[in-house]
Design a protein around this ligand. Structure first.
Ligand SMILES: *Cc1c(COP(=O)(O)O)cnc(C)c1O
Length: 390
């Protein structure tokens, strides 16, 4: 079946036409190395600096606080892993994060643990919210970094970032947020919110894959993860991904200009989808009912395996996810669903639709037409269903 409805925008987004158009000349005409001194190189450098302004403007940063890199995973590895190792001799070896982070954060923390760091992972409540009080209790004099994601990629819950950042600052630590799911979708002002470091990724906001950035507050030094040339003000070596960076800049500009309107439109679509899906018996919404990403509609469909749902929806041309693209192929239930306290058997039926810029009313209609059929069919085939509803 050909793709009819793409509802997996949390996994990746299509590159928008405007972004692609902005990128083209930087492969073919303006292909210079930004470090070269002749015009072709200088033009490339100017394009990168324009993209830096565009990215900075979207999150309320100064351009020189933006460092381009290969994406969200690299940003998380740098802001948490590299930074924590760098300050450990003065500050100590304690790091705080949460149980619902992306694997780019959790596995960076695992690597720190192997190097003798102590990691505290904060619990979340049934909606996936981190408690500021719990952070206050966990923070110590040897805590160097607190990292809490801006919004969760599986269940969409938006964390109380400003409050958490304030507590972190009062506790004498540095606050990092993985904002990969949030940037370009909800308003972010790093200054107002007191964020010290932030990770973002182009392919989650209609830009290209393999390009991203980190915001590192002026005055805060984080050594490079990649050593080599002096690119990015000596904070990330390697010849710049010129076209990718231009695409990221353009994507940021477009997202910033349309943010509020888009948020309203996508939220309305999502609300209609949620309402419709919850009409199917034995389904529940996961994540916070209102404090969530505009496009995220995530559920547990009881007595069904998420994987079978995905495969059968695919037969109808619907692209959805069981939650996290990174755990696809693994049989363990999602760590996020475990952290919000769902029992295993219910977490196995997780289903996530993430709507975005290209989602339409017709998409929602189509999902709401096909999903109940898919659920009925799978439940009819299920050996446990009759017992389940007793
Ligand atoms: C996608 C994602 C990442 C990884 O970003 P890449 O650019 O794909 O490396 C990290 N964190 C979150 C929350 C994400 O959704």
């Amino acid at each position: 079946m050909t793709l009819k409805v793409y509802a997996d925008n949390a996994a990746t987004t299509r590159v928008s036409d405007e972004v692609l158009e902005a990128m083209y000349p930087y492969f073919s005409i303006h292909y210079g190395n930004p470090s070269s001194l002749y015009s072709l190189g200088r033009e490339a450098k100017i394009a990168i600096e324009k993209a830096r302004e565009q990215a900075a403007a979207l999150i309320g940063a100064e351009p020189n606080e933006i460092i381009f890199n290969s994406g969200g995973s690299e940003a998380d590895n740098t802001c948490i892993g590299v930074y924590a190792r760098f300050v450990a001799p003065k500050k100590g070896k304690h790091v705080i994060s949460t149980k619902i982070e992306h694997h780019a954060v959790l596995h960076t923390l695992d690597a720190l643990k192997k190097d003798g760091f102590e990691v505290t992972l904060l619990d979340v409540d049934e909606y996936g919210l981190v408690s500021p009080e719990a952070l206050k209790k966990a923070i110590r004099s040897d805590t160097s970094v607190v990292s809490v994601m801006f919004a969760n990629n599986e269940i969409g819950t938006i964390e109380p970032i400003a409050e958490l950042a304030k507590i972190t600052r009062e506790g004498g630590a540095v606050f990092h947020t993985d904002a990969v799911q949030a940037v370009g979708h909800v308003a972010i002002d790093v200054k107002e919110m007191g964020i010290d470091m932030l990770s973002l990724s182009a392919h989650k906001l209609y830009g290209p894959k393999g390009t991203g950035a980190m915001y590192i507050r002026r005055g805060l030094y984080c050594p490079p993860l990649i050593h080599g040339g002096g690119q990015e003000n000596k904070r990330r070596a390697g010849t710049e991904n010129l076209a990718g960076i231009v695409g990221l800049g353009k994507a940021c500009e477009i997202a910033g200009a349309g943010l509020e309107k888009e948020k309203e439109r996508v939220t309305a679509l999502r609300n209609r989808l949620v309402e419709g899906v919850l009409k199917i018996p034995y389904t529940r919404l996961t994540g916070h009912p209102t404090q969530r990403l505009p496009g995220n509609a995530s559920f547990c469909i009881e007595a069904i395996e998420g994987e079978s749902l995905i495969l059968m929806l695919d037969m109808f041309g619907i692209a959805a996810s069981t939650g996290s693209a990174c755990s696809t192929g693994s049989l363990d239930p999602s760590h996020v669903l475990m952290a919000i306290g769902l029992p295993h058997e219910i977490a196995h039926g997780s289903l996530r639709f993430t709507l975005g810029h290209y989602s339409t009313d017709e998409d929602v209609d189509y999902i709401l037409e096909k999903l109940p059929q898919v659920v009925d069919r799978l439940r009819a085939m299920s050996p446990v269903w009759d017992d389940y509803i007793k």
